[in-house]
Ligand binder design. Structure first.
Ligand SMILES: [Mg+2]
Length: 271
């Protein structure tokens, strides 16, 4: 009897311990935070082929803007409609506005009274930075055709390029703040007069220096040419605070500005 009672007690204790262990286990499991494993869809469901093309072209454009594609000669054939829609729709203008707003915010933060020597400078590129050649590129499949210098020169000498409005706004703000403005362009010297006319007609009324490619600059990459010109500017004693351009080759190299502002341009690439 005594043995039976002892076994019963042991069995009861074992049962109670098992229940406690189960409860403990259950309690611990259910009180844990939600699983940190994020379940991804097994396969991206695309609504249509056109959506897939759009996604590929968006990826291509972003990679280009990040300078991960260089060098490239034409846009992918499948992206002509995408680039057209981007350039003509609100996206392009909104992105330009965002960058120009950031540039203006930075420009206003620069203390131009620190030296009071009139040597604080800002550089602007011209094509697809201050002036838009979109009508030309619209006639040439938005960059899907190999660039033709002769055809483009015919467009340039018409002097009909319009202002890129967010850049004009930034330009006027930089001017108002008191920066010296340098226009540094890959256009050649023989386009100086028509470039001046076009700029003024588009609303750019004043600058300190317009620098174009001279005969000695032909054959140089844009990076080399623009770096050399920035070197000359710096050696004159100017402090280049800002630089705005639509190509990485406007902004990289040597004697770069304190801050660079890259404007969107999915239509062409210049090294
Ligand atoms: Mg340009």
């Amino acid at each position: 009897m005594s043995l039976l009672r002892r076994n019963s007690v042991l069995l009861l204790c074992f049962f109670l311990l098992s229940v406690a262990a189960f409860c403990e286990h259950t309690h611990t499991y259910t009180d844990l935070p939600r699983s940190l494993i994020i379940e991804l869809p097994q396969k991206l469901e695309l609504e249509s082929d056109s959506l897939e093309v759009r996604l590929r072209c968006t990826g291509w454009r972003v990679a280009g803007e990040a300078n991960n594609l260089s060098p490239w000669k034409t846009i992918p054939e499948e992206c002509v409609d995408y680039v057209k829609e981007y350039m003509l729709g609100p996206s392009y203008q909104l992105e330009l506005q965002l960058v120009s707003d950031e540039a203006a915010r930075y420009a206003s933060s620069v203390d131009l009274n620190e030296y009071e020597d009139g040597m604080d400078a800002w550089i602007f590129d011209i094509d697809e930075t201050l002036l838009s050649n979109l009508p030309y590129y619209a006639q040439h499949a938005y960059g899907s055709e190999i660039f033709d210098h002769n055809q483009f020169d015919k467009w340039v000498i018409e002097g009909m390029a319009s202002a890129i409005e967010p850049s004009l706004k930034l330009y006027n703000e930089v001017l108002r703040l008191g920066f010296k403005i340098f226009l540094l362009t890959g256009r050649s010297e023989d386009k100086r007069d028509i470039t001046v006319d076009n700029l003024i007609k588009a609303g750019f009324q004043k600058w300190d220096r317009l620098i174009l490619r001279g005969a000695e600059d032909h054959g140089k990459t844009a990076v080399a040419f623009k770096s050399e010109k920035r070197k000359e500017i710096v050696e004159e004693g100017f402090r280049i605070h800002g630089n705005t351009g639509d190509q990485w080759s406007d902004l990289i190299g040597s004697f770069i500005s304190v801050k660079s502002f890259k404007l969107s341009n999915p239509m062409y690439y210049i090294s």
